[in-house]
Design a protein around this ligand. Structure first.
Ligand code: SF4
Length: 446
């Protein structure tokens, strides 16, 4: 159970040195207890106290790192039941099954095809994280070969799905460097699977029939010294699987049940007989507590909306989504192309850039940091003032890219035109349309 501020205070050095950013150790202890501070902010905590405090201040759902390389991911680590209470931290990891008897050529083709499912949004690369190799015939060599090929010839992380400890060992050894998830422990094989995970220092996935049965298994695994555990409630019917997700999350967060304080893995691939329904089930688990979602295959019409849903759910609701300040080239602009400026609110950027792209008119789009506010709000809050915009135009480098001296500002920020002109002597400041939908007509009529 979590420690109170006073209990934490007793473990601190009590020197009030202020290096943690607050005036006293007591204030720091209170902040730590309420989750407003990190233990690492105090450099003087003894190792013994650190161990006790780290355990007490650990998130109620353990964060588990899976994989290595650019697609490595962490699941779990969540601290709230509802996103608006604070934020969700670690996005649901998405991946698809690969049968262990797949032919070499088919696997090569699949990896190439799956690798293409990457989408740029708000400056992020959205993509699935892993492939789950499913043992279909107990052939350890074939299982290991597929795992090895995925690990060595693609960026995907690997999940190994088998309940056979020998097959699992072969697969784990073939891709150990990729830090695969060994997913297949159950009541019958938990000793062998646990020993394997322990020996290799790899995360383990454990399955049982419901939350209560899971407790016995996670207790056994933690008793063996294993901490990185992913849990599968065993349900393969959507209603029961959904209930299990809620039960497990509530037990970890509301009842402080450490035995269920682990991220979950869900299998919509085994719950539906067509991809559309499977995708809806996957969407349910992204919204409600699935740490990992396993799909039967990756198809653009399925993975793209799931990635977007995930992006929306796992962004901090207290911080607006932004794009990076800078110069964006749209439709291959040259030195004579018009220059437009707007704010860095992600939605503003996507709507404006989409309209410019659709107009087919080559343009330079300048994105000024407005702390993620839209044009009208940013202007009203003083984050898109004329002198700031003028200074930004000067320093962003656009003057080296164009021969003309004309800047198009958003219609909603028409009031800043005079101040921009003062900051940019010799430039013509043109007020563009208020609505993004009118941008194509505006550009074409110039
Ligand atoms: Fe106390 Fe540590 Fe903060 Fe110093 S840095 S005031 S010792 S909690």
């Amino acid at each position: 159970m979590a420690l109170t501020g006073i209990q934490i205070f007793k473990l601190l050095p009590k020197t009030n040195c202020k290096e943690c950013g607050v005036p006293t150790c007591l204030a720091f202890a209170m902040n730590l207890a309420s989750g407003k501070a990190e233990l690492d902010q105090c450099p003087y905590v003894s190792d013994e106290a650190r161990e006790q405090l780290a355990e007490a201040s650990a998130p109620p759902i353990r964060p588990v790192k899976i994989g290595n390389g650019v697609r490595a991911f962490t699941v779990g680590g969540e601290t709230v039941l509802y996103r608006h209470e604070k934020t969700f931290y670690n996005p649901t990891a998405l991946g698809a099954l690969v049968a262990s008897d797949i032919a070499d050529a088919d696997l090569e083709k699949m990896l190439k095809e799956y690798n293409a499912f990457q989408y740029e949004r708000v400056g992020l690369n959205l993509r699935p994280e892993y492939l789950a190799v499913k043992d279909v015939n107990g052939d350890a060599a074939a299982f290991a070969k597929v795992a090895k090929t995925i690990a060595e010839t693609s960026e995907f992380c690997v999940v190994l799905l088998t309940e056979n400890a020998d097959v699992m060992k072969a697969g784990a050894e073939a891709c150990a460097a990729k830090r695969p998830l060994l997913c297949g422990a159950n009541a019958d094989n938990v000793d062998a699977m646990g020993a394997l995970a322990n020996d290799m220092g790899l995360p383990i996935g454990v399955k049982a029939d419901g939350a209560e049965a899971l407790i016995a298994l996670t207790d056994k695994l933690t008793g063996m010294g294993i901490k990185d555990i992913v849990i599968d409630s065993g349900a393969r019917e959507i209603k029961k699987a959904f209930e299990d997700q809620v039960t497990i999350r509530r037990a970890a967060l509301k009842s402080g049940n450490r035995s269920l304080g682990f991220p979950t893995i869900t299998f919509p691939c085994e719950m539906a007989d067509n991809l559309a329904v499977e995708t809806m089930f996957a969407a349910t688990f992204i919204a409600k507590y699935g740490g990992m979602v396993v799909l039967s295959e990756l198809k653009g019409e399925s993975i793209f909306p799931l990635l977007l849903e995930r992006l929306n759910i796992f962004t901090d609701p207290q911080r607006p989504m932004t794009v990076t300040e800078g110069i964006y080239e749209i439709n291959n602009p040259d030195e004579n192309s018009p220059v437009l400026v707007t704010t860095n609110f992600a939605l503003t950027y996507f709507i404006v850039s989409g309209e410019i792209e659709g107009s087919k008119v080559p343009c330079w789009l300048l994105i000024k940091d407005s702390e993620g506010l839209s044009v009208l709000t940013a202007w009203a809050a003083g984050k898109f003032a004329g002198d700031d915009v003028g200074m930004f135009v000067k320093k962003c480098g656009i003057m080296d890219k164009v021969k003309h001296q004309e800047l198009i500002i958003p219609g909603y920020a028409a009031a800043i035109a005079g101040d921009v002109e003062e900051e940019l002597p010799g430039w013509t400041i043109t007020v563009g349309p208020r609505e993004a939908a009118h941008i194509p007509g505006f550009l074409k009529n110039r």
